[in-house]
Design a protein around this ligand. Structure first.
Ligand code: ZN
Length: 200
């Protein structure tokens, strides 16, 4: 069993300074780290309970309340929606089950659909062109309603490789709105070619 939060905290503090700040890792060796210059770690906070997630227990869940109003594609059980507005990466879309659940509560029928769907969405995002890689992620710390991220990393921009692509999404200027709508529509059409319905 992993160590408890208290044990982890005690061990980490032993490596921290008097302000509870841990040493800076070798950032100069992190080729894809987006920042340079003076930087320091935040003081490590003591163990605490997680804040509640949005829509816990299906109560006031924004995803359930929104339904497929913001979707670019859906079928009977799943939908794909973009972020509310353009961000720095060319395409960022999320895959959700229509039914409120988290990954551990996903019904067996949906579990069986999930693998093929992840591949379908990845291919649909890649099909818009000028995409080097589509990063797929499930974090789930913000909202309880299950959601998978698909983040397209532009081709020929190797500085944006790896996990910091999600940070570059906030650093790069937002994609022009018209281009963003067109690319989301292309993703929707590519998905609909395999079933379900494009909404845009
Ligand atoms: Zn929900």
């Amino acid at each position: 069993m992993p160590e408890s939060a208290e044990e982890l905290y005690r061990r980490a503090l032993a490596a921290a300074d008097e302000d509870c700040r841990l040493p800076i890792p070798p950032l100069d060796d992190w080729e894809t780290f987006p920042f340079e210059g003076e930087i320091r770690t935040r003081p490590l906070r003591p163990p605490a309970d997680d804040p509640p997630r949005q829509g816990e227990g299906g109560v006031d869940c924004w995803r359930c309340a929104t339904g497929d109003k913001d979707a670019i594609w859906s079928d009977e059980h799943w939908l794909v929606a973009p972020l509310p507005k353009p961000s720095g990466l060319p395409v960022v879309v999320l895959l959700y089950p229509r039914e409120h659940c988290d990954l551990e509560g996903l019904p067996p029928e949906r579990q069986a659909e999930l693998g093929p769907l992840i591949v379908r969405v990845e291919r649909a995002v890649d099909s818009v062109g000028n995409i080097e890689r589509v990063h797929v992620g499930r974090f789930g710390d913000g909202s309880e309603h299950l959601h998978f991220w698909f983040m397209a990393r532009p081709a020929r921009m190797p500085q944006l490789r790896m996990s910091f692509a999600a940070i570059w999404d906030d650093i790069l200027p937002p994609v022009p709105e018209e281009l963003w709508r067109g690319d989301n529509a292309a993703v929707a059409r590519a998905l609909a070619a395999g079933g379900g319905r494009a909404h845009v």
